[in-house]
Design a protein around this ligand. Structure first.
Ligand SMILES: [Zn+2]
Length: 257
């Protein structure tokens, strides 16, 4: 794990990359910002988490780090020990956690706890959509006030550019960096169900409403039809091993919630 503190004092802000070792856009973004030796107005903790997984170009070594928090210093897995080592660095910070995905090219935020601080963080990313993922348990953002961002398609330069823009915007809005930045007012979606199963082809589009009765996935001769309308989120043909993705409802503008 690489931890860099910019500025003096105890950081109140943190930017985290590579909880998943094969999602390097956040690492690129952090390295581009740090390369400028930024003159921060508030101290910021930058974390590049799973360096062992990065070196092997894999999501994780033993288990998903983003399901390993709070972790255990004597745990049986690399990720359990790493989670325990990492959490104290960011526990009291407002956290931006950068990811990439197989499901959707445009950035969107994820929040696990809806409170005034996380709402402000979600707005600070500047993304146009944010998803309440409290239905899915276990990520870093369950343990800190934070927002995760899916910055774009895994392994693309576009995801790296998006991650850099989001990081700079976040640092600007949160008062750490004197830079062009603007808080957004994203549309809030809330996940209410998971679609399980392997080997399905997803034939819809994320954040595009699937009407009741519509086919949204196929496997051989089998079709999945919506038994109620929903918005697909993190849904993809090959993003996960055992699930197709998630079903969400659209709640409204975050500022109205
Ligand atoms: Zn990820």
């Amino acid at each position: 794990m690489r931890v860099e503190i910019a500025g003096d004092g105890t950081p109140e802000l943190a930017a985290v990359a590579c909880l998943h070792g094969n999602e390097i856009c956040g690492k690129t973004a952090i390295e581009r910002v740090l390369a400028e030796n930024p003159d921060v107005e508030r101290p910021v903790c930058f974390v590049i988490a799973n360096e062992e997984a990065i070196a092997e170009h894999v999501r994780c070594i033993d288990e998903d780090l983003n399901r390993a928090f709070p972790g255990d210093p004597d745990g049986n897995t690399h990720e359990s020990r790493l989670a325990a080592e990492m959490l104290p660095h960011v526990r009291d910070c407002a956290v931006l956690d950068l990811h990439s995905t197989r499901s959707h090219p445009k950035p969107f935020g994820l929040i696990a706890q809806l409170n005034e601080r996380t709402k402000r963080l979600a707005c600070a990313t500047g993304t146009s959509r944010v998803v309440d993922v409290s239905y899915i348990a276990g990520g870093l953002i369950d343990h800190v006030d934070g927002v995760a961002v899916e910055c774009g398609l895994r392994g693309t330069e576009q995801a790296e550019r998006n991650a850099e823009r989001i990081l700079r915007n976040f640092l600007g809005v949160m008062g750490a960096l004197d830079t062009l930045s603007e808080a957004g007012d994203p549309e809030l979606y809330r996940i209410f169900d998971v679609v399980e199963g392997a080997g399905y082809e997803f034939v819809g589009e994320n954040f595009v409403r699937v009407e009741t009765g519509t086919v949204f996935a196929r496997r051989d001769d089998e079709e999945l039809r919506a038994d109620q309308s929903f918005y697909p989120v993190l849904m993809s043909t090959d993003g996960y091993k055992d699930i197709l993705g998630f079903q969400a409802e659209r709640v409204g503008k975050l500022s109205d919630v």
